[in-house]
Design a protein around this ligand. Structure first.
Ligand code: NAD
Length: 263
């Protein structure tokens, strides 16, 4: 089933990791794509028969122009995936104002600008279902993580911004949801390895962090994003959905590894 057939879909951070996997998933589901990123994505755009828009999501005017370009090209906007993000690993007391402000500008303010521009465009659509927005938050928007103070602050903001926007636009037939991934195998996650000075591998981090004992894959998150963006999720709005191998459900699998499952 092509659950996003002909839906005009704009994805930020579309050139790598979760954004790229979402672009591929949405193409397969029949969407017409606009791929936006701060790094060049013309090759991927050509492969997926998409348009590429260069953008820094921290720049309010550039975000407005990104949405305007999508609407100019396709005539409308149906789905927006507010996904671009960066990460810094630094203890709270050691984080510089510059690093903190850049992270908030990209991961929180960029999402805010994207919501504003996308909602303004979707309001012009006709019918009861005028659009769907999916924000990429994180488990770090739900629980604290040492070394990720600015990231925690931004993603926590994204979770509540999702709920705010969902409430404000529900009556207009626009749904707004967030995904909250655990540790997903992408270039960003390689930062975890770097943080440990190479002492602990990404595989090992994934194994110990998630009760399911492994890393998540970008394609798994993409499937959730595609579902939330599609009409199959027609009664879901304001949700922040964990996709984290059980990480936010409670203590890690290791604590229960020796449980006798035979009663
Ligand atoms: P990634 O680094 O593979 O991809 C991020 C993309 O965003 C890149 O293509 C990058 O060029 C783009 N980008 C960065 N800054 C930008 C800016 N200012 N303007 C426009 N584009 C910009 O990382 P990913 O893991 O795919 O991350 C995607 C989203 O998922 C992010 O919001 C991230 O915070 C979130 N996330 C990732 C993980 C994980 O473990 N990988 C976990 C939870 C949440």
């Amino acid at each position: 089933m092509n659950s996003l057939q002909d839906k005009v879909t704009l994805i930020t951070g579309a050139v790598s990791g979760i954004g790229e996997a979402s672009a591929r998933c949405m193409k397969e589901a029949g969407a017409r794509l606009a791929l936006a990123d701060i790094q060049d994505g013309s090759e991927l755009a050509a492969e997926l028969d998409a348009i590429f828009i260069e953008v820094d999501v921290a720049d309010h005017e550039a975000v407005e122009a990104m949405v305007a370009r999508t609407v100019e090209h396709y005539g409308r906007l149906d789905v927006f995936v507010n996904n671009a993000g960066i990460e810094i690993h630094s203890p709270l007391v050691a984080t510089t104002p510059e690093d903190h402000c850049r992270l908030i500008d990209v991961n929180l303010n960029g999402v805010y600008y994207g919501l504003q521009s996308a909602i303004r465009a979707m309001i012009n659509n006709e019918g009861p279902d005028r659009g769907a927005i999916v924000n990429t938050a994180s488990v770090a928007g739900l629980i604290g993580a040492p070394g990720l103070s600015s990231y925690n602050a931004a993603k926590g903001g994204v979770v509540l911004l999702t709920k705010n926007a969902a409430l404000e636009v529900a009556a207009f037939g626009i749904r707004v949801n967030a995904v909250c991934p655990g540790i997903i195998r992408t270039p960003m996650a390689e930062g975890f390895e770097a943080m440990s000075g190479g002492m602990i591998s990404l595989e090992e981090v994934g194994k110990t962090a998630h009760p399911m004992g492994r890393l998540g894959e970008a394609a798994e998150v993409a499937k959730l994003i595609c579902f939330l963006a599609s009409d199959d999720a027609s009664f879901i709005t304001g949700a922040a959905v964990p996709i984290d191998g059980g990480m936010t459900a409670g203590p890690s699998a290791g604590d229960f590894a020796n449980l006798d499952m035979n009663g």
